[in-house]
Design a protein around this ligand. Sequence first.
Ligand code: ATP
Ligand code: MG
Length: 427
Amino acid sequence: MRLSRYFLPTMKETPAEAQVPSHRLMLRAGLVRQTAAGIYAWLPLGHRVLRNIEEIIRDEQAKAGALEMLMPTLQLADLWKSTGRYDAYGKEMLRFHDRHDREMIYGPTNELMITDIFRSAVHSYRDLPRTLYHIQWKFRDEVRPRFGVLRGREFLMKDGYSFDLDFASAKKSYDAMYASYLRTFRRMGLRAIAARAESGAIGGELSHEFLVLADTGESRVFYDAALDTLDVESTSPAQMQALYAATDDMHGKLPCDVPADRLVKSGALEVGHIFYFGDHYSKLLGANVMGPDGESIPILSGSYGIGVSRMVGAIIEASHDEAGIVWPEAVAPFQVGLINLKTGDEACDGQAEDLLSKLTAQGVETLYDDRDERPGAKFAGMDLIGLPWQLVVGPRGLARGVVEMKNRRTGERQELSPESAMARLSG
Ligand code: ATP
Ligand code: MG
């Protein structure tokens, strides 16, 4: 991709309204534009990151056996009214009428809709267990939308729902998602702590929040330092859940026997939240199945959310420096930023074009700064947008047969022949 034909409106100045690094950097690096309070347009670069995050989620959900579907953003108010949730939800829910004067809402969540769909299709215990999810925009009219996409009004969520016959099976579904979430965040280059959380308005017996450690987070988390070195792959969810971790609203309510020198306290950002709520919604909507002995059994459910758009901000909170964003490779919008220090120079143009076409052919996503700009502006721009690798083509290097390769995270630079650089980046 050539920057001269891309849409990347970066800013040099720090936007006054942005209070946290991720918000500042997302605006400055041209990832998003605010179109109304708490509502954002995703520009091409930001959209690529959002899609990369979605793909990691999809892949891990499939591995955990969850099935993807897509429910609409708009819902009839009827189900919400019949269950009392219409009044309970309050002003966060956006309500309106269609032309036939039917009351509608923009979905803040989908428990009622999925339970309604599921109960109308599943009548036997033989069709359980199932876990279904979708990735869809939500609207919550937050009192104080702030920190950019971290607390928006319209935001993208992955929300999943499990349906089981008995508690043992429901706990298995819950634990499968618990483990899957830890893997998902790790693949995004993050370390997330799963903390016992308040189960909130819905009630329920089990709930965990997944928190990314960041000084600027809205929450605080207290946890056993043993979690810092835990291997997700070789530890069972039950073993992990036995180690102490709690958000500030739960710390103090839960028994904590972690010795003071092992209790870590950190700022944190909630990126995921899972609940087991048992037969709560099944009872509200009459979602029962016929059991093995012909008896009618209420389905047991859990819900599993990830703030997909919030993730973009959370990753930046966890991974940036003074110069800009430092994308983990797995979510980076492009892997390589190719800089031509002397656009218009025959040798530089030729070498850069050659690298661009070869990298692209190898499937290495490359953004080529081919603009007629000063080198300083090109370097600063590449650092700001934070692609993992920079490849610099300049007249002095080319005279010696080398290009410069820079690792954005470590700042390490190396001079290599274009062929070796190619091999390193596509290896
Ligand atoms: P919070 O405590 O941050 O308000 P919540 O408990 O209301 O979140 P859930 O209903 O569990 O959130 O939603 C699942 C996930 O959706 C959250 O873990 C979070 O990552 C994301 N999320 C919730 N509200 C917002 C928002 N206003 N903007 C962006 N993401 C959000
Ligand atoms: Mg929460």
